[in-house]
Design a protein around this ligand. Structure first.
Ligand SMILES: Cc1cc2nc3c(=O)[nH]c(=O)nc-3n(C[C@H](O)[C@H](O)[C@H](O)COP(=O)(O)O)c2cc1C
Length: 167
């Protein structure tokens, strides 16, 4: 079954489950190369009168170089049969292995950011805003202790959802 274009307001999944429990792939292009990584933090919502997605990416992720190099990135969501592939893509760095080739996923290149043909839901997003999470902005010190012992604060990206594809 093919992917059809729907509106962001027609996404009917629970996003806490979709992102937090089922995970997604954040994918972007740099030159001729594509890299992807698994993410389970982020959200969908509305900012500046636009439907947006937000993701947070730690500075050491290879994918960050790709997201920073492009105007767009994609978020791809899969059914449960892809869980092992998402685990792998979230454990190994594209700096060390050709992760996409090894995971046997097919990159589609017909939109503003690369995405995966096997996905059940795809969001192609145009970057609007990015900012590192500043240590001084955390109101609960338990968060920084737990999540940032190495002070590798995520960078927040807010991006306009330009295209949504659903199977
Ligand atoms: C379930 C899961 C969720 C993850 N969520 C995030 C995230 O939201 N942000 C992030 O920076 N890294 C996250 N990661 C870690 C990256 O996916 C992982 O470090 C990956 O190997 C980075 O690959 P890269 O170096 O090719 O970009 C997650 C990993 C897993 C397994």
């Amino acid at each position: 079954m093919s992917l059809n274009v729907i509106k962001p307001t027609e996404i009917d999944e629970n996003t806490c489950k979709l992102i937090g429990k089922d995970w997604m792939l954040v994918t972007a292009q740099k030159g001729e190369s594509v890299n992807t990584m698994t993410a389970s933090w982020g959200g969908l919502g509305v900012m500046w009168g636009k439907d947006v997605a937000f993701v947070v990416i730690r500075p050491q992720r290879y994918t960050k170089e790709f997201v920073d190099a492009s105007t767009h990135f994609s978020l791809s969501f899969f059914d449960n049969s892809y869980r092992e592939k998402l685990s792998y893509l979230g454990k190994v760095s594209g700096r060390d292995e050709d992760k996409i080739a090894k995971s046997n996923l097919t990159v589609a290149d017909d939109l503003a950011a690369p995405y995966f043909k096997e996905a059940k839901l795809v969001l192609v997003c145009k970057k609007l805003f990015k900012q590192p999470l500043a240590e001084s902005s955390f109101l609960d010190p338990a968060l920084t202790e737990r999540w940032y012992p190495s002070k590798d604060y995520h960078e927040l990206y807010i991006a306009e959802i330009e295209t949504v594809l659903k199977r």
